[in-house]
Every structure is written in C-alpha cells, then in structure tokens.
Design a protein around this ligand. Sequence first.
Ligand SMILES: [Zn+2]
Ligand SMILES: [Zn+2]
Length: 419
Amino acid sequence: MTMGSVLAQCPDCGRDLPGDRRYVMWCRACEWNVDPTPAVRSEEPAWRLVREQKLMDALANGRVAGPERSVGAFLLSLPVLLVPLPGLLGGLALLAFYRPLWFSIPFAAIAFTITAIFRPRIKRLPEGAHAVTREQAPQLYDVLDRLATETGTPKLAGVTVTTEPHIAIDRIGWRFRRVLQLGLPTWTVLAAQERYAVLAHAIYDDQRGTHDRVLGAAQHILSELNATVQPGALDEAGEWTLRRSEGVDYIANYSTGDQILHGYLVKIGNAVFGTPIRWYRRLLLKLDLTGRQRREYAIDRRVAELAGSEPTARSLERVLLAGTCYRALERAVRFERGGDPLEVLRRTAAEIPEHEFVRQVRVDQLRNGRADADHPPTWRRTHLLRGNPTPTTSVHAPAKDDELTVAARAATADLRGRD
Ligand SMILES: [Zn+2]
Ligand SMILES: [Zn+2]
C-alpha cells in the first residue's frame, strides 16, 4: 500500500483504509465511497454509448482504417449556413411593408435578433489571459517551435497564461493568430513528458480543415436556434438584458403587450421548429461522431509515437487533478494574500496522494468523462493507448516554470480582482 496511516476499516469489506483526512476516504478493494457525489452521472443517449464501444473494440482489434470525415454530415451542414439570411430579409420586409408598426416591430426584432446571433464573430483573448513573450520563455517557445516543425504547422503567434483549467490553441482576432492558452492548474499537475504530450495534442487539435469549420458553424447555428425557440430562453421581465456567453450582448425593451405576444411567439416557435431543429442537430452529430472520434484516437496515437504511450495516457489522467489545484489557488488568493501562485499550485499538485489520484481516475470512468464534446471518453483513450504501447522517448517540455512567473502573478491578481 502507499503512504499514509490507516484511519479506519472499510464498512463494506473490512479492509484497512489508508489515507489522508484532507481527501475522500474510499476503498480501493471494493470501491466503497469512490464517488461520494454520484448525482453528476452523465446522461448520454444509448446509441452514442453503443457506437463508442464498437469503435473502441474495432481499434483495439487493430482495425484502424475507416473514414475520418463524413461527407453526409458536411453536405447536410451547408444549407444550415444559409439560415441567418431569411431572418435579415424577413425583418427588413416586415418593417418596410407590414402595418401597423406596433405589430411588425416585435416580429422584426426577433428576426434581427436571430440574424445578429449568427453574425461573423472574432475570438478575443479571454479576460485574465496574460501574454508570455518569447523573451520571457525561451525554453517553452523552443519546445513549441520544435513541435510545429514535427507536426508540419506554422509556429504559434503567442502564448498566454490563465488560471482556467484548459490548455488549447485558439485563433484570436481578425488575423486569426494562433495563440496557446496555458491553464496553470492543469500545467502544474503535469510532468515534463506529459506536458509535451498535451502540447502536441493541442497543436494537432488546432489543425482544422474546411470540414470542421463548416460542421462547427452549422452546429453553432443549430444550437443557437434551439436556444432561441426554447421556452424560458428569454426572461419574462419587462426590461431585460440578455448576455450571451459567446460575446453577443444585446439589450431589448418590450412593453407589456409585446411581452405576452413574445411569449406566444416562443411557444409557437418551439412547437413548430423546436423538434426539427433538435432532430437535425442529432442527425449531424450521429453522422459525424465515429469519424470525429477516429481522428481523435489517431491524434492520440501520433502523440504516443512522439512521446510514448504511457506519458500520453497519464497526461489525460493527470489533468483530472486540475480542479483540486484550482480550488487550492482560489483558497490561497482568498486567505493568504500574496505568495507565489506557481508555488501554491506546485505544492498542491505534489501533495495529492496516489490514492486520491487513482480515485479521481475511477470516478471519471464511472461518469464516462471526456475532455470536451469532441473527444471520446478519457478512459477509452487511455485504454487504447496502453493496449498498444509505444516506448517512452526523451522529448519533454520544461519542467520548471520560472519562465511563467510574471504572467502567472498577473493572472492570479485578476482572480483576486474577481472576488
Ligand atoms: Zn472495501
Ligand atoms: Zn483532440
């Protein structure tokens, strides 16, 4: 057994429970109390689970070949991209030709709102992202440049540090500059080789072609449409502000009569369009799912060839500890004031005992957890990586973070400001 003293006996099987009172007590032998908050189990449709199992079995048996992009999903996405057009034209026509105006204005407002939601949008750096320059972090940039060469992609335009968990490349601004966002709570739980694996995966994820862009845009339009016709999507108050998380902010004022009308419109909209919209969205997802996951597994395999299957698999598991590190950072910000945020994260990551790490990996499997909707469940990915092992190589990212100190302090100061 690992470190720690025996605290109690397992109520189910009577074995000793070694551990640490700061973490969840659970039994590795019979899994007693492995997941004290099981309410958050995922509710994924049965067809999806069956498909994912089938794909994993096929890959485990070496049947790797298969389409990575669905032509059907691509063709069905194209007409969706035209959806905003009738909204714009319809709204203008209503205002120009339909009288009385008090009747046509609310309809036109809804038509314009729908169009506004789909207007071309540029991504900006999120609040609390702090740039790390080449001069500040020559070692990190050196690794990224070598990875760019290795993967046949242009060099990244920049790196930012955040206190959010995710590590990914975003395309920022009108020039679509490729910027790496380095989530500190995740970065600090990773060893040097695991860091390399995560960076490599992020670079591969960023290599999106027309297929992904068209499908992504169509899925986005369909989700927004669905949200628009969903009852309760808009507030009932007479004067309201609706802030959308993706950066579309708009304010609309309605008088009471229009409110009632608006309520009816939403109900009619949902009854007439709600079901077909959801059906279409599901169809696209179904057509695209296997190909998309095939590509993700192929990326895992390529990363495993660069770094080795074990660091690659372990990197997927270690990131599960990012939440624990984030909470420690938040507590430090609230109570300690000052101190080096990177030191807090490093200490927390180092202190997490093995039995807690194993527990979080098992809980993630019980919940069928995944990095995001595009990725297969993490446990399936690690299962395939370890089922087809490749040797661990010597490639690695910097293990020390002194290069990030300045940006990390700035990002943490923002966290303090948000209190
Ligand atoms: Zn037990
Ligand atoms: Zn990926």
